[in-house]
Design a protein around this ligand. Sequence first.
Ligand code: NDP
Ligand code: HSE
Length: 436
Amino acid sequence: MQPVKIGLLGLGTVGGGTVNVLSRNALEITRRAGRGIEVARAFTRSPGKRRICPTEGIELVTDPWQVVEDPEIAIVVELIGGTSPALELVMRAIELGKHVVTANKALIALHGNEIFAKASEKGVMVAFEAAVAGGIPIIKVLREALAGNRIEWIAGIINGTGNFILSEMRDQGREFSDVLEEAQRLGYAEADPTFDVEGIDAAHKLTILAAIAFGIPLRFDQVYTEGITRITPEDVRYAEELGYRIKHLGIARRSGQGVELRVHPCLIPARRLLANVDGVMNAVVVRGDAVGPTLYYGPGAGAEPTASAVVADLVDVVRVMTADPENRVPHLAFQPDALSDLPLLPVGEIETAYYLRLSVADEPGVLADVARILADHGISIEAVIQKEGQAGQTAVPLIFLTHKVKESKLDEAASRIEAMPAVKAPIHRIRLETLE
Ligand code: NDP
Ligand code: HSE
């Protein structure tokens, strides 16, 4: 049988990795897919640039429409990133009846609903395993392997760059900006790295995971998002003293009232496996009602780990290209007419425990006053540490761990505490999850 011709939109880190994996493992891939997969054309803005892959045998074009409009190309692989021109190119490919593989989480999180509707209308597949957690096959797990479960919650480290930065800062005492530069050099970071460090990339990924886990539409605009830029070395140290690690997590949880979707730094007990996931590695815990908690671990970014997911999607698409569209695995796991519109909870309704770091005047009664305000708001304290003041400093750090509290209650208590004359700076808060 003739090989399937594919076209690459983008020949950077992931595009280059994909060419390398397809060529190195061509024989195995053909044996799995039933047909060879041939990169016929690839779009790049700069054909003369040095790349991580050979380009012999691939027609390089500087106009992406020459890939999409090529009648010989059956599968378009979008590896440009962002939403424009990626969205226009993908929609046109679908319109022309081509299947699409993409690693672009921003595209799926923001425009997936319209992309999948169009793909269903045209009977084509849009596969996006590489969009979440790099090389970890978490989309397939949620969509297929756990299909018998009611998913209760998901918690994951889903941004490799952010985890790499936090790990290097903690273990090597390196500066934030220095580690970020290294992540960019290694090809881990997004074109705009604020997406990594401000939690936007993780929020894109969480949007996708939640849709597939709970059978809800993609709703990126309703994810509560905080990044890692405000984490200080002293918070990292105090957390360790209390037996916790700070990780940047994406959490999706279904409760009686609706669904929580949140991305933020979080203290987690140091003994949890997730607390020990370091560097560019990602990990996702999924709790299903039948299977219980399951953990998926692997590289969250990088050329070949991501290419591993892109190529797996290509093999999937080639295997089922000729199958009746009605009998394929639905894009978002649930049948399109069976999506539910569970309400998404505002962040004030979310309950978590908290790490609170206060900077207070070193004088008697302050600890008792803060504890009283917390008690007035029904917030119970799990642990307190009061640190010695440094010579010449009038304020000392006072750290509390609380039990679970509704966020709106904590906001009220925090406003009262911050109004105390003895409290010298806004409270530094980080949520805490035991992940039990
Ligand atoms: P790169 O920046 O390495 O490559 C992007 C490619 O797209 C390059 O070929 C570039 O052209 C081209 N390109 C970039 N911007 C534009 C634009 N505005 N218009 C037209 N072409 C453009 O990106 P990555 O390979 O790292 O990422 C590609 C996609 O994969 C993104 O969606 C990213 O989020 C996702 N992803 C990346 C991972 C990683 O580890 N890097 C992991 C998982 C997903 P030129 O060749 O001329 O530079
Ligand atoms: N910038 C992303 C990360 C790439 O660091 O996780 C993988 O999606």
